[in-house]
Design a protein around this ligand. Structure first.
Ligand code: FNR
Length: 342
């Protein structure tokens, strides 16, 4: 199967396998504030990632690129969407543009349609410093994402089998590129031990990419004759992962992706400590099923509702919202107890 067919297979299978809603977000409850003292019109949604100013704490996370016209069209539409809301957008893995420069245009279209907006370049942890620099330059990117996707690779018949040296390469990239580096998972979550190692390697921003949304084990298993079904339920739920990352000492920035579908989902991960929430599969689903205009309406609603939720809790800013009192119950509480995290 060609790379371009595989990319479109990912899109198709991401849409058909859907999102599992096992992110643990139902275990998070806001403590009601009867005297919030807020006004909706004064709520500020601005946030920060790596010193970059965000007009709202939601971004479109890495999905596609490389592999021809279909992925270029999806990237153009996602870039147009990001441009409407002035929100950041991450491109999909640029490893294919490194291997074949004729594919570069499928990524460049994102800068073309989001000319002054924030764009995150994206490479795998196998990338060299030179390759990472090339990917940033190609898009005049504002930040660089390095994705970690061990389980996806293992389930892919043609995937990597050797994961040595990733942390060392990440460390080299962090110290050599002149944009903030975000290390991200793709839906299996990060433990506090992983986050701690990344911090020690100089990484300032992690996107915990938790379990409970798009499931790359299922997506890749759908392409196998002999599915590794044991990986379908493998991963750290988004809620647990944000809390684990936030429990690591030292002030760093956390992004939370993995099953974010609504303002309420985004609100919960931010209240747990994330600076911003990433959406991938849900935005793709809206685009493919409801069209561009409806997707704008869906996102408008996300931002309007986020302000309502913040107003209800008494938080006027994202910084205040990150300190919200919350009740954690169910499996999330059990997991955190087992792990000795308060
Ligand atoms: C992805 N994701 C992804 N991530 C990455 O770093 N590089 C990539 O190339 C891709 N490709 C990709 C394709 C498609 C079709 C989807 C749906 C997703 C992973 C994505 O950024 C995100 O981490 C996960 O999808 C979890 O978030 P959601 O989908 O549950 O919101």
């Amino acid at each position: 199967m060609s790379r371009s067919e595989r990319k479109m297979d990912h899109v198709k299978n991401a849409l058909s396998t859907g999102q599992s809603r096992q992110s643990g977000l139902d275990d998070v409850t806001f403590v009601h504030n009867t005297l919030p003292g807020t006004a909706v019109e004064n709520i500020s949604l601005t946030s920060e990632i790596g010193g970059l100013h965000l007009s709202s704490p939601v971004f479109i996370n890495a999905m596609t690129g490389g592999g021809g016209r279909n992925t270029e069209t999806i990237n153009r539409q996602l870039a147009q969407l990001a441009n409407v809301f002035h929100i950041p957008i991450a491109v999909g893995s640029q490893m294919s543009a490194i291997k074949d420069s004729s594919e570069a245009h499928t990524y460049k279209v994102v800068r073309q349609y989001h000319p002054r907006g924030l764009i995150f370049a994206n490479v795998g942890s196998e990338a060299s410093v030179e390759e990472a620099r090339y990917c940033v330059d190609l898009l005049e990117a504002d930040a660089l994402q390095i994705h970690l996707n061990v389980i996806q690779e293992l389930v892919m018949p043609e995937g990597d089998r050797d994961f040595r040296g990733a942390l060392e390469r990440i460390e080299a990239i962090v110290s050599s590129v002149n944009v903030p580096v975000i290390v991200k998972e793709v839906g299996f979550g990060m433990s506090r031990e992983t986050v701690s190692k990344l911090y020690s390697a100089g990484v300032e921003i992690v996107d915990i990419g938790g379990y409970g949304g798009t499931n790359f084990a299922k997506i890749e298993n759908a392409r196998r004759d002999d599915p590794m079904t044991f990986f379908n339920d493998w991963g750290i739920p988004t809620t647990v992962s944000v809390i684990e990352a936030a429990s690591v000492p030292g002030k760093r920035e956390i992004l939370a992706t993995g099953g974010i579908q609504t303002a309420f989902d985004a609100a919960k991960v931010i209240a747990l400590g994330a600076n911003a929430a990433g959406m991938a599969g849900r935005v793709l689903y809206w685009m493919q099923n409801d069209g561009f205009e409806q997707t704008i309406s869906h996102l408008e609603l996300v931002f309007d509702e986020l302000k309502m939720i913040m107003a209800a809790t008494g938080a006027g800013s994202i910084k205040e919202f990150q300190q919200s009192p919350l009740i954690i119950s169910g499996n999330t509480k059990a997991w955190l107890n087992e792990r000795g995290i308060d």
